[in-house]
Design a protein around this ligand. Sequence first.
Ligand code: IPM
Ligand code: MG
Length: 367
Amino acid sequence: MSPHRIAVLAGDGIGPEVVEAALPVLEAAAGLEGVDLDWVHFPWGCDHWQATGRMMPEDGLDRLRPFDAIFLGAVGRPDVPDHVSVRGLILPIRRAFDQYVNLRPMELLPGLSPVLAGRGGAPFSPESFRMVCVRENSEGEYVGLGGRFDQGTRDERAEQLSVFTRRGIERVARYAFRLADGRPRRLLASATKSNAWQHAMVLWDEVVEEVARDFPRVSWRPYHVDALAARMVSHPDSLDVILASNLFGDILSDLGAALTGSLGLAPGANLNPEGTHPSMFEPIHGSAPDIAGQGIANPIGTIWAGALMLDHLGAQGAAGRVERALRAVVADGTVLTPELGGRAGTMEVAEAVRLRLADAGGAPPPS
Ligand code: IPM
Ligand code: MG
């Protein structure tokens, strides 16, 4: 079989560290299943911006287009404005390749003590904290329309428009309902704010309700996003698939990851479900300049993102191995990075996962 061609954008800060750690794990898992991966590295990011004034070359998107997938570390550096770095790389890729689903599992891995365990009596266990966020990833609050006016004067004003389309809401809602329909609990919560946002979020609610009619087995309900955030803390066991707009999903997925113990654990998939364009896989954390260069960043989120990528590429056996191996390392608890109370470095954790791959064969774990 011809190799899967993957564009690697390690990026900035801890990005290159976690990517360097993750690649041998993914490579080894693929090898055990007879799957060939061909990695092509692109040195794009803030250094590139400093040298050329652009986060990626002008033809960057054209160069990424032929790849089967994109594997991203993290982007951003304290001396480069965030809107420059992010608007110069991540967001154009999500947009140009119509990666309209941002899939973000939020699960408490067995072995970890969750942040809120024992406080407030919420049922925090791997069985009760098992959600996945389906975030709209192509429009909404992230369209980047608006402007700054009368800058520097007392009348200064900024406008930031959001755009929600029936088509955009419908396609991501359909993806989320289909996902919920295939999960054991068949539950879906839609994050809204139609009490205050009378245009966009009322359309959101209407379209979600229409889509829901095609999935009679899924029990669903809308929650205002503030109440949903509270519910993730107080009753995580009542939640399964969470459907959210671009900004709401961004916030809720960080909350979900933090509740499970560390932002460094959580993976994300920016999916173009039709496969017309390459999809992009990345940990949900940022470039973490405060710990960059120390070799202590948690590689689990990146490795897990790699498992989502293997799954997307049709290499379910390899994906299952990676996921089972990383779960085993976390459950074992002796090789963890400092933010989880351990003393291991990035490479050690990744190596521990790699060493477990051989015993991690079998059917993919239920997702
Ligand atoms: C994420 C990040 C990005 C987002 C930033 C870097 C623009 O926070 O992937 O969650 O908001 O989508
Ligand atoms: Mg985010």
